[in-house]
Design a protein around this ligand. Structure first.
Ligand SMILES: Cc1ncc(COP(=O)(O)O)c(C=O)c1O
Length: 552
């Protein structure tokens, strides 16, 4: 794939975005064609090549890192990893450029990435999409400004809210009851939130979700731009979009202003290596760069940076061919799994309803309708069959299929699931299904920043209903914060969290790792007092104390 097609598709999306011609005017962005020409420069990896050249020059190191090209490192560790990793673990040197002030090879590597991913400018990240999300918020919103956010965002978005002091306008994701997950938000919800909150600075979207469901990005971008808001996209799980016509379109091709992608999660880059793509003039570039400099290490890893450079090259040159095979493997596996009693996998046929506009078919989301939980299935696959899924929840197990997987591995997966089905056949024990509580925006009392800057104390989870939460409570997986700092803790939430712990899951974000106690706001910071909605709090407490079913 090359992004020679992308600038055209961007122009088209933006044109519709500005024209005010109504949502119906938005057409699907142009898809990448297999016959697109690959610009010869895309076959180069300037940073990787500079690192190789530097290592070959054999210079003695009188600089950081302290292991001095690996000579000073613990020998068994070096033997295990190989000496090259340490030789390539360089620091800011003229020959290999600087991430924060790129002038030569990093600048060129980022330019090639921008061309490939359809951005005006691309920034390499060494602290994952987590830092990408924080920087997007830093660049787009300031203290007190409002930003529309789906309530099921990754925790790093809450970190961005704490950092900036922006006011989130949460949009509730639909609960997809038959799959036991939160779905993606719809453009209509964004439109409604924008109408109710005139002057919002930005709209943030997670697309795709961890489980692979997307929303209509082109329409959301158009709706946001028409309201004068920038569109930020957490595309952590979608860096491969845009490289194959069977996949959903990339957010950049749909006209988004800022997009963060975890190159390491799906493509061939190393863990922590992500990219942030910028397009258009809605985002203050200087502020964006400042955020990247403030939030990222001043000693970025050159091994990670080089892995981004080669991941881009690989996709630019061979992305479509690699994804062709991945999609074929995943589709065939899904067909075989769907024939096993009690198993159904999410697919394009489940899209076009609230929660799923389209689906990334490189993910296998296996729903287990057996008398056991998804957690148990995942454990058995790992321990008995040496198959390691990405994650599990109480009813689903998620597998990510990538270019590094083989047909043989996928056949082993199908065989293992068949054997598990035989083991469970005839068992009558019933699991207690966990009903996901709706993520209601009405629970917000303080902004996340106000909640974490206030005075907090710890109470047993069982006594927490009716209190304002001072931490992020995210049942893991999938890591969606069920309660954000500044929100009221409901009885329903307490029940759900207790159920997750009983089913073998964990709750992340709590200071108390056992999950038995929770930090609540004892006193909000003085700056927040004027904003606390005491009426809402009172109504909530009355509701909580009302007899079962009698709450008004
Ligand atoms: C939707 C989403 N956004 C952002 C992140 C953070 O990405 P990273 O691990 O690259 O920091 C994750 C991580 O799982 C995620 O699922």
């Amino acid at each position: 794939m090359t992004r020679r097609s992308s600038p055209r598709s961007r122009t088209r999306s933006r044109k519709y975005g500005r024209s005010g011609g109504g949502e119906a005017a938005v057409t699907a962005p142009k898809r990448v064609s297999a016959t697109d020409q690959i610009p010869p420069e895309q076959r180069k990896a300037p940073l990787f090549e500079a690192i190789v050249k530097y290592v070959r020059s054999g210079k003695a190191s009188f600089h950081t890192p302290g292991h001095k090209h690996g000579r000073g490192v613990y020998a068994p560790f070096r033997r295990f990893l190989g000496r090259r990793v340490f030789q390539a673990d360089l620091t800011l040197l003229e020959e290999v450029d600087s991430l924060h002030e790129p002038r030569s090879v990093i600048r060129e590597a980022q330019r090639l990435a921008a061309q490939t991913f359809g951005a005006d400018e691309t920034f390499f990240l060494v602290n994952g999409t987590s830092v990408g999300n924080q920087t997007m918020l830093w660049a787009a919103v300031r203290e007190g400004e409002r930003i529309i956010i789906p309530r099921n965002v990754h925790r790093s978005v809450f970190a961005g809210l704490m950092l900036t002091g922006a006011r989130p306008v949460y949009v509730s994701p639909p609960v997809m009851e038959d799959w036991g997950i939160y779905g993606n938000i719809a453009p209509e919800q964004v439109l409604e939130a924008l109408r109710a909150n005139q002057g919002c600075q930005a709209v943030m979207v997670t697309c795709p979700l961890y489980y692979g469901q997307t929303t209509d990005m082109a329409r959301i971008t158009a709706v946001a731009h028409r309201a004068g808001a920038a569109c930020l996209v957490d595309e952590a799980h979608g860096p491969h979009f845009g490289f194959h016509e069977a996949l959903p379109p990339s957010a950049m091709s749909c006209g988004a202003d800022l997009v963060a992608q975890s190159t390491h999660k799906v493509l061939g880059a190393m863990t922590q290596s992500s990219m942030l793509h910028l397009a258009g003039a809605r985002i203050d570039r200087a502020r964006l760069k400042m955020g990247l400099q403030l939030l990222q290490s001043t000693s970025p890893s050159y091994v990670l940076l080089a892995s981004l450079d080669v991941a881009r090259l690989q996709m630019a040159v061979s992305g479509r061919r690699l994804l062709d095979r991945v999609i074929s493997m995943a589709r065939e596996t899904v067909r075989a799994l769907n024939r096993i009693p009690g198993i159904r996998c999410f697919g394009p046929e489940h899209c076009g309803r609230p929660g799923a506009f389209a689906f990334d078919e490189t993910r296998i989301m296996l729903h287990v309708d057996w008398p056991v939980s998804g957690f148990e299935v995942a454990h058995r696959l790992r321990d008995e069959y040496r198959l390691q899924p990405e994650m599990a929840d109480s009813t689903n197990v998620l597998f990510l299929i990538g270019q590094g997987n083989s047909w043989g591995q996928l056949k082993r997966l199908v065989r293992a699931v068949r054997r598990l089905e035989r083991d469970y056949r005839g068992l009558t024990a019933h699991r207690t299904p966990l009903h996901l509580p709706p993520l209601e925006p009405t629970r917000v009392v303080l902004t996340p920043r106000e909640a974490v800057l206030g005075r907090a104390r710890r109470v047993p989870l069982s006594d927490a209903a009716g209190e304002v939460c001072a931490e992020l409570l995210s049942p893991y997986p999938p890591g969606v914060p069920l309660v954000a700092p500044g929100e009221l803790i409901t009885k329903e939430v307490v029940g759900y969290l207790s159920g997750v712990l009983r089913a073998g899951g964990r709750v992340n974000g709590q200071a108390d790792m056992s999950g038995r106690s929770v930090r609540i706001v004892e006193a909000a910071p003085a700056s927040a007092a004027r904003d606390v909605d005491f009426d809402k709090m009172l109504a909530f407490v009355l509701h909580q104390n009302a007899p079962e079913g009698g709450a008004q």
